[in-house]
Design a protein around this ligand. Structure first.
Ligand code: SF4
Length: 440
């Protein structure tokens, strides 16, 4: 599947454009190369931030990329999508002085990695062990699976990723706010993963029965990193029909196509208080919808969305309505959406309602493999340190285990599971393997 060049997301400008060489050099020169660098501890994958910044400062961009990609093989997309304000940059010592802003670690990381995604460069950057004769299947092609697959391929495994959808990359491709990273940039990273030796098959569904049994028969180990399912629904009257859509579905249509927004939409509501809700609201405002409101059932203090992201949405013109509990969608005699009625009796006029209250769990995954079970929230049960499930050859990580988490935590899950798979299959990890870099 190729992306249409005029898809809606291309109308939203890059919020943090790529640094020029001189901008990167100036920013790198501000880093103090702290000995006990808190930015390393704050990165879930443990990227050696001061080391890669020092390499940028000396013009060793390739070395900087190697430092980043060893600890976090998806360090490019993480540079684009990580909430650095609450991770590495949030921990930077500059914050304590309240004079200069913290080091723009995400932008420097993007600068170091963006030009390194080409196939030839990728292979040169990260050392690859000879084939070890073991085969691993990954289910899903989101960040957890792509990370697990990449590290294993570098260690000599033959890895095949099975993805149900037409495009690989998971939410990096279909769900990330365009002003952070458009879909074509996410697909560049997918090509980088292929260049590391990973086979990616799209349009392949793994379900209970023959397809799952074949994985256990044909592969030495299986990693489940399939993420989450369809948007959750409110279950209130009027929800079925035109004008009401789940947030993940709407964002995907906006990122990959041209038809997600009708020209006549003058007012839209987004229902929810998480980061996906904030993204959808900001995107609607950025695409020119004159009136965009977020309806949240509690107060700002209780929102799971980041405060800095909400502030940016407000600056884009989004209005937050607190303690707003939708009771029903109101439609005209022709069935067109006209409003959301709240429990308070208030009516919020809208032609489009985007429901962002979470995603369903892919419960059927647990039925694919004996010993793999769900917890009481419907997530796969896996040991957080190793990714081990109740089946000795099946491992899991990412959103399928944790619910909606960060890309960078999914990457760390994939790396940990790759280490566990090596141990389970008796493959010793090389002393200089990229898999050894970063946090345990
Ligand atoms: Fe550089 Fe800030 Fe990390 Fe210190 S905490 S090493 S100044 S990025």
């Amino acid at each position: 599947m190729s992306l249409p060049p005029d898809r809606l997301e291309t109308r939203l400008p890059d919020a943090k454009p790529l640094y020029s060489d001189s901008q990167a050099a100036v920013e790198a020169s501000r880093c103090l190369y702290c000995e006990d660098a808190p930015c390393i501890a704050a990165c879930p994958t443990g990227i050696d931030v001061p080391t890669f910044i020092r390499k940028i400062g000396t013009g060793n961009i390739r070395g900087a990329a190697r430092t980043i990609l060893s600890a976090n093989v998806l360090g490019y997309s993480c540079a684009r999508v990580c909430p650095v304000e609450v991770l590495c940059a949030g921990a930077c010592v500059y914050n304590a002085w309240d004079r200069d802003p913290p080091i723009a670690i995400g932008r420097l990381q993007r600068y170091a990695t963006e030009s390194m995604l080409g196939a030839g460069v990728a292979v040169e950057l990260l050392s690859r062990a000879p084939a070890n004769g073991k085969r691993v299947a990954c289910v899903g092609a989101g960040p957890a699976s792509l990370a697990c697959a990449s590290y294993l391929a570098l260690e000599g495994f033959a890895v095949t990723v099975h993805e149900q959808r037409a495009l690989a990359g998971g939410l990096n491709t279909s769900g990330v706010a365009p002003y952070k990273m458009p879909a074509d940039d996410a697909l560049d990273e997918v090509e980088f993963v292929r260049a590391l030796g990973v086979e990616i098959r799209t349009g392949v569904e793994i379900a209970p029965g023959p397809t799952a049994e074949a994985l256990l028969r044909d592969f030495d180990a299986v990693f489940l990193g399939a993420g989450l399912g369809a948007d959750a629904r409110l279950g209130i009257p009027g929800e079925d029909g035109a004008g009401v859509v789940g947030a993940v579905a709407w964002i995907e249509r906006m990122k990959l196509g041209t038809e997600a927004l009708r020209a006549e939409v003058r007012s839209a509501v987004v229902i929810g208080g998480g980061n996906t809700a904030i993204d959808a609201a900001r995107e609607l405002a950025g695409l020119g919808v004159p009136k965009v409101s977020m309806l949240y059932r509690r107060t700002t203090r209780e929102m799971s969305g980041y405060a800095h992201e909400l502030e940016l949405a407000r600056l884009a013109g989004v209005v937050l309505v607190e303690r707003a509990v939708p009771e029903r969608f109101v439609r005209d005699p022709d069935g067109a959406l006209t409003a959301v009625e709240l429990a308070s009796g208030d009516l919020h006029r809208c032609e489009l309602a985007v429901v962002a209250i979470g995603q369903a769990k892919l419960r059927a995954l647990a039925e694919c493999f004996p010993g793999v079970v769900l917890d009481d929230r419907g997530s796969l049960v896996a040991d957080p340190r190793s990714g081990r499930t109740g089946h000795p050859r099946v491992f899991a990580g990412g959103d399928a285990v944790h619910g909606g988490e960060l890309v960078v935590t999914a990457v760390q899950d994939g790396k940990r599971a790759a280490r566990s798979i090596c141990a389970a299959l008796g493959i010793e990890i090389r002393p200089d393997s990229p898999m050894r870099a970063g946090h345990e």
